[in-house]
Ligand binder design. Sequence first.
Ligand code: FAD
Ligand code: NAD
Length: 464
Amino acid sequence: MKDISCKLLIIGAGPGGYVCAIRAGQLGVDTVLVDIGKAGGTCLTVGCIPSKALIHAAEEFDRIRHLAAKNPFGITTAAPQIDLGKTVDWKDGIVARLNNGVIALVKKANVKMVRGQARFVDGKTVAIATDTGSQVVHAEKIVIATGSAPVELPFLPFGGNVISSTGALSLREVPERLVIVGGGYIGLELGTAFAKLGSQVTVVEATSRILPQYDAELTTPVLAQLKKLGVAVMTGTRALGMNGSGSALRVESDRGLTELPADRVLVTVGRRPVTETAGLEELVLAMDGPFIRVNERCETAMRGIYAIGDVTGEPMLAHRAMAQGEMVAELVAGHKRTWDKQAIPAICFTDPEIVSVGLLPEAAKASGQGEIKVGTFPFAANGRSMTKLAENGFVRVVARADNHVVLGIQAVGQGISELSAAFGLAVEMGARLEDIALTIHAHPTQGEGLQEAALKALGQAIHI
Ligand code: FAD
Ligand code: NAD
């Protein structure tokens, strides 16, 4: 196969890599994008999109189940049934449409896409093992965007009934008893979905709290809803492995050893960077633990080699990878860019959902920016939330006491993930409490909670 020479080679077509490729193509940079799997990477194929599809289907099922029981709307209907195989086929259809969409966008940007496993030969050369042989690519600049994979516990290897998130998103039958190891993002998002679909779910979390990255005020409504759904949450509990017959998970806590009978065990104890597929040993990269160390321009320790996305560490979120990809494309095109983002929004798609942008109150207090003001507005006092039976939760604004600059905004509530756009904009634009408080928010919306939280921090709340 004839060698290819290009200005930019990107290894990995996940949200980091494909966004980098499209932007580079738009800017006229001669770009090659390579992936061993499908365009869209983890996020599109086995992550963000398929998990949100399953979560939505579970919400629909749960909603109809509630309507089939006694409800305040005067609606009567039969109890719903679900054929999870058909749900998974529908989810796969969405993934396929988006895979094709990414391929079309990459093509439109005049980027050449190669399918195969890329391995560094040296800092300017990569060999791609394709179905039809080895394709050598010489590139002036190379971006490593190889993403992440589920952490596998040595005493609980994936296989059989022990599954990762990828396996959970392809189940064609709802497991009767689902035990989940890890009460973080994936465990709780998927655990909530399967509980709504009818599984008896148990979550085993090693630390003393679920979602330990958020404060207890934010996670309490989630915990309450898990309880309502019949999910057993065992904090301070460690998984030890399957029992001899493989029918139960052995766990240990202060209360001693016990066995949890399980039809499936879903292990969601975090994700690790994929650094073993691309022959990185041929390079001299500086590392931050298992992650590739990068500076504020996503440059690695080797000139001309960048790294973006999950392979560079936390937060492992698709939109961070995309923003890094866009920045690196512009740098390669000769623009002056640096990572100057004020905040990266994070959403946990549990029920209720959690949104967090910027600093939590404790982090704000510890940030050395002086005294802090916090304003909280409960959805129980919001008309729109009442009409949606979504009163569980609140919006919270964290600001400097001296100049009222907003440092963080969080919320927990049903269906409030879309508020993340307003929260992110406020923090990124350096809004003060007055900017939010004096903006007319449409009525009746849950977004009014943001305005009221800002008013509350100013001591001027109207509706509480
Ligand atoms: P990835 O998406 O992992 O893509 C890396 C790509 O590199 C892969 O396609 C892989 O095939 C390819 N590759 C690796 N090695 C090679 C090689 N040597 N040669 C060629 N190709 C290679 N994030 C959110 O922001 N919101 C969510 O709601 C969300 N939900 C999630 C739900 C689940 C179940 C999971 C697992 C993750 C979720 N995430 C979510 C995280 C999100 O998927 C990742 O942050 C995101 O995919 C990272 O993008 P990336 O480009 O760094 O890497
Ligand atoms: P996580 O880091 O969110 O949660 C892992 C949990 O497992 C932690 O609470 C940890 O204390 C616990 N744990 C670790 N070892 C354990 C053990 N031996 N026994 C019991 N508990 C143990 O990781 P995740 O849920 O696997 O998700 C990985 C990453 O994927 C997230 O950090 C996030 O970046 C990304 N993600 C994001 C979204 C989203 O944005 N909505 C959704 C899913 C995944």
